[in-house]
Ligand binder design. Sequence first.
Ligand SMILES: Cc1ncc(C[n+]2csc(CCOP(=O)(O)OP(=O)(O)O)c2C)c(N)n1
Ligand SMILES: CC(=O)[C@@H](O)[C@H](O)COP(=O)(O)O
Ligand SMILES: [Mg+2]
Length: 628
Amino acid sequence: MLLEHIQTPTDLKKLSEDQLPQLAEEIRQFLINSLSSTGGHLASNLGVVELTIALHYLFDSPKDKFLWDVGHQAYVHKLLTGRGDQFSTLRQYKGLCGFPKMSESEHDVWETGHSSTSISGAMGMAAARDILGEKNKVVAIIGDGALTGGMALEALNHIGQEQKDMMVILNDNEMSISPNVGALHNYLGRLRTHRHYNKMKAEVEQVLKKIPTIGEPFAKTLERVKDSIKFLLVSGVLFETLGFTYLGPVDGHHMHEMMECLRQAGNTKGPVLVHVITKKGQGYKPAEEDSVNFHGVGTYKIESGAFQKKKANAPAYPAVFGETMVKLAETDEKIVAITPAMITGSKLDKFQKTYPDRCFDVGIAEQHAATFAAGLATQGLKPVLAIYSTFLQRGYDQFIHDVCRQHLNVTFAVDRAGFVGEDGETHQGVYDISFMRSQPGMVIMMPKDENELQHMLYTATQYNKGPIAVRYSKSEGEGVPMDEEFQLIPIGKSEVLREGSHVALLAFGNMVPLAVEAAEQLAKEGIQAKVVNARFAKPLDEELLLAINKREMPIVTIEEGTKIGGFGSAVLEFFAERNKEQSVSILGVPDYYVEHGSINEQRAEIGLTTEGIVQAAKKCCVPDIQKI
Ligand SMILES: Cc1ncc(C[n+]2csc(CCOP(=O)(O)OP(=O)(O)O)c2C)c(N)n1
Ligand SMILES: CC(=O)[C@@H](O)[C@H](O)COP(=O)(O)O
Ligand SMILES: [Mg+2]
């Protein structure tokens, strides 16, 4: 066994090149075994085994900087940098992070989770190196999916101008989470299919050069002719025009070929783009055949690839979203759906199949997605942008500048709102209430359960006074029955679930069930809590708030979102603006990044639990009640 003797890249370099394919095989088996019980991003990592070995074998991390785009494919990198013994804790609370993490290793020089940032980061490191007069390589490793992210192209554009010595390794497996999309993807396809062109050209040159006297000059002429043809038809002309030396395409699973290509890249001045062709899920048949479902897996049986239990926290709400969208579109032909590369995660597959002309997967392009939605809305259509809370952050200016400011009728179906569990701090959907609330006229809803989600989606597509957001969590749902008919929810109106006179629990969205439980516990201690399903973080139910204030009841607000500028802040502002005395305790995400673990562990860490609500209510009840 070779892998067990590798704790650092120095250990790796002691191997002969001939031993590397065996090491690759051992790493593959390790990943397949380990992730069968922890889950994780299996398929992407199986695709970069040889590439990662070659990079650590040829270059000198951490002096040479490796930046893993998205970072979900950095498990092999972690294995080769001394973290193999931590893989049993992968993506678990206080365990190994599923993405690069500086606090874990000096070899993790750049933290990722959101896509398309590696090339910009690499350019920054290359520019800094040159200013500081240092000598080291800088390598961004980016997938074909991540390359559809606009900022990746911004970075390529800048690098081409600056001509820094650096490498961009394009890991092209034709897949994003789903099959990759876009014109760039089609272009890469032409390069992929013509990779045999290079081989054929080299063979012809070899033969010609053997012909005495005329052979050499003829070969050169032919070279020029062929290069111009290649340049026009199949070369990395896009990248070469941007000022990169384009190398490849190279077989990313052929260790020797890749080593040769990376050596050449390492000896090439200026920016180099190495086009590596890999297979997502390489070496594990179930993942090769279904890399979509093996992109991010829960636990599975190794022999068959059968998933043992749904991915941790299999969310209930996206399925309701997907079903509701199909129903709504049946009777409203103006409804169109947009997803930035998350068609399966957002459960828009059925909508895409049913209404292919009204479903747009724009690739990993959240900025474009938001402004594209704005464009659709200007023409009277009803775009529904299905977007994870955390990824909406990528389209924030477009949200403000193109949608809100123009008061366009765009529905934001903000999925994975709140804690997301194992993906951790880069993916927590805890800022959207705060960053959306700042926009004049914005409407922000969150359902207490799956049934209310369908009504909120219906309400949003009927609403025509500007943008509206329905956020829903990664919770496993409440399993409530679904009404047959859609109901309109009056904008800004809350729902009182339980009357009480000692304290008012204003719960937003998926926090409502916790508040109901807390009220039942409080009642056992003689404290009568009023429980309100807030439904809206904007606009607030002013009538309800004033009535609570009039009865001098303390308020506890509860939201799975940052306390800074969230729903609780809105309630505080409401009373402050009216110079009203009012006790408000805000339960929410404190001012720090909550790391990976299960959703329940994350909630427990910050006291966003039934017990946490009980304690907060007791603390703010009127003094004589506290004696109870
Ligand atoms: C800004 C942003 N949007 C969406 C995602 C979700 N996401 C994670 S991986 C992925 C696909 C990445 O495809 P690619 O870069 O080709 O990597 P592969 O998994 O094929 O190795 C997507 C869309 C993300 N991480 N960041
Ligand atoms: C790495 C990445 O950003 C995605 O794969 C993300 O992990 C998907 O999240 P869900 O599993 O919640 O769809
Ligand atoms: Mg890919």
